[in-house]
Design a protein around this ligand. Sequence first.
Ligand code: TRP
Ligand code: SF4
Length: 377
Amino acid sequence: MDPVREGQVAIDPWSSKAIKDYRRLMETFGIRRIEEIYPLLEKNGMPKSLHMVRGIVFGQRDLDKVLEAKARGENVAILTGFMPSGRFHFGHKLTVDQLIYFQRNGFKVFVVIADAEAYSVRKIGREEAIRIGIEEYIANMIALGLDPKETTFYFQTNRGTAYYRLIQLFSGKVTMSEMEAIYGEVNPAKVVSALTQAADILHIQLEEYGGYKWVVVPVGIDQDPHIRLSRDLADRLSRDLKLVRPASTYHKLQRGLDGDKMSSSRPDSTIFLTDPPEIARSKLMKALTGGRATAEEQRRLGGVPEECTKFDMDLYHLLTSNEELSRIYNDCRGGKILCGECKLYSWRKLEKFLEEHQKKLEKAKDLAWKIVEAPSF
Ligand code: TRP
Ligand code: SF4
């Protein structure tokens, strides 16, 4: 893989490198700060989301336009996709939390199961991709609180003529060197997947799919090349089709419990929402912390929550009260708490969460099979 560089900063949606310097990336790619849209949230009577307040959702493009349209009473939507290639983990939950936030604030939600991409890029079998798409992804999303009545779920291989027509039209609007400039090394699977993803993002603007002109796509910053491609394609089709450039929000990527990228393919450092409690517990208790070598040192110097992957779990998911989060942060910094007891505290939150979530999941699985049409092969 040879990710192409723009300036000094490389973004490659298929690379597994954790991305560190968000501010630099933002400047390079013209992403604006999330804080800039706060007045427009207020204008729409929307609270800031917990992840915005905590700096996890940190950037956006054109979200101001979407919120202005919403304030005028126009329909707005949020769309994202998941490749059904592994188990649903807390990194996925972060995106779903954002879908739920926008849904509760009047956005129509679209979720695409990227089974075509899973098949061609990840070599996942068809039956497996369909089962994982429904039982892992859709079911977990419903159990987390995404309202299935207000959400359209679909499979990439099972959508409809106008959607596929877009992919065909797009193919004439990009060059190989452009694809390479975005992705580094490309092959047919990646080209088709990129164009399919652009169709995912843009097709809901078509009357056939609801005519949603104002669409937000919440992504990790590593997925930004896809957003830029969709925006360019919207412009390039303008002779034949009026498409509005999609908006986007950007969130930090939660690290795995070893400090490296969180991924389904690294199950020891990734907590899945279906992990049996004793397994989740042992993963959490082994998490890389920002603690010191000895208890004495920790009491004297304090820990470093910024380096602690257990604190990430608190920050992203487990502690929904800001006061509680600050208390842990300050106790850690001030050396008032040691990692063992601190982990146990979070474990109790995680245990409760998993227990309640997994209870909802069984029902959600049955429902998931009913609300999406599975591809026939
Ligand atoms: N490519 C995404 C992934 O790697 C999945 C995806 C498909 C997607 N279509 C999308 C994401 C549209 C956002 C918007 O998981
Ligand atoms: Fe992490 Fe808690 Fe240890 Fe601080 S005290 S480094 S937050 S586990």
